[in-house]
Design a protein around this ligand. Structure first.
Ligand SMILES: NC(=O)c1ccc[n+]([C@@H]2O[C@H](COP(=O)([O-])OP(=O)(O)OC[C@H]3O[C@@H](n4cnc5c(N)ncnc54)[C@H](O)[C@@H]3O)[C@@H](O)[C@H]2O)c1
Length: 286
């Protein structure tokens, strides 16, 4: 493991599970002191103690990212304990209702935008004065490839993530002269508890279809995302700012339809070769 973040302080929200937990652990493993923030205090403390057991420095804090005073208190406590704030990763997020806009309950629209977008806005607002004073800082937010393309269901989620991408671009644009970098991270499907509602809705056939949406044929692991986050937080990425950084195994490189056609074309070619060889046609892999 590299040590690119020695002497840095990081705060990660939604760090009690999935991507946030992996990012908190990776940032700590690279030398950062980490505030592990989550609405679920037990999960946050489990991750923080895991970091401490591994020889890192971490504390857990409870905050609901939709509550301005709780976000401010988490940032203040981090600065009080660790002296500065170099990296803020606004990562907390929730899943949408899996329906098209015509069926989307107003409550889900408001709740998803509140957590996924307003939550990032509040984190950014709380961190900016400290980073501007330091003349240095990195703001990262977990958006999604869902912020780059539309999908048949979960429009409130797409809109929230597009908003996060624009917010992070704005921050890069306006606060770059203060030494602040700002990046929206856009993972594709990541295998975390977040996807449970999808598996409940689509079952295992849906799981294999979604898995094949990446040309690499697998979901990302939380650790895949954490490796990119550690790089982007480090000085190795010192000229990367204002971008939507995809970590999607090529999912957005081409339309799924085009990839489907490619696969069908490849299978037809293989079947033709097998026919010439007098063998039965090949089965399409699940
Ligand atoms: N899993 C995926 O496929 C995927 C893909 C792209 C983007 N994302 C995004 O990554 C982020 C993390 O997702 P994950 O897959 O690790 O999910 P997860 O459900 O494993 O973790 C989310 C964490 O956020 C916390 N949280 C929820 N609401 C909160 C609030 N109001 N305040 C503070 N904490 C809160 C939860 O307690 C949980 O610990 C989310 O923003 C999600 O939209 C996930």
């Amino acid at each position: 493991m590299e040590s690119r973040l020695v002497g840095r302080t990081a705060l990660v929200t939604g760090a009690g599970s999935g991507i946030g937990a992996a990012c908190a652990q990776r940032l700590a493993a690279e030398g950062a002191k980490v505030a592990v923030v989550d609405i679920n205090g037990k999960d946050a403390e489990r991750v923080a103690s895991h970091i401490r057991d591994a020889g890192g420095e971490a504390m857990s804090l409870v905050a609901d990212v939709t509550q301005c005073d709780q976000v401010q208190a988490a940032v203040d406590e981090t600065v009080r304990a660790y002296g500065r704030l170099d990296i803020l990763h606004a990562n907390a997020g929730i899943t949408p209702c899996l329906v098209p806009v015509g069926d989307c309950p107003e409550e889900s629209w408001r709740r998803v935008l509140d957590v996924n977008l307003t939550g990032v806005f509040l984190c950014v607002k709380a961190a900016l004065p400290i980073m501007r004073k330091q003349k240095k800082g990195v703001l990262l937010a977990t958006a999604s490839v869902a912020g780059l393309t539309s999908s048949p269901a979960g429009i409130e989620y797409n809109v929230s993530k597009t908003g996060v991408i624009m917010l992070m671009r704005h921050v890069a644009h306006v606060y770059g002269p203060d030494g602040i970098r700002s990046i929206a991270i856009c993972p594709g499907w990541v295998d975390t508890p977040f996807l449970k509602p999808l598996w409940d809705a689509f079952g295992s056939p849906g799981r294999s279809i979604l898995r094949s949406s990446s040309p690499l044929g697998r979901f990302a692991t939380p650790e895949d995302v954490a490796a990119s986050v550690a790089f982007l937080a480090s000085d190795e990425a010192s000229f990367i700012s204002g971008t939507a950084f995809t970590i999607d195994g090529g999912t957005t490189a081409g339309a799924p339809l085009a990839r489907g056609a490619l696969v069908r074309g490849y299978m037809a070619m293989r079947s033709g070769i097998r026919r010439l060889q007098g063998k039965p046609p090949a089965k399409l892999a699940p």
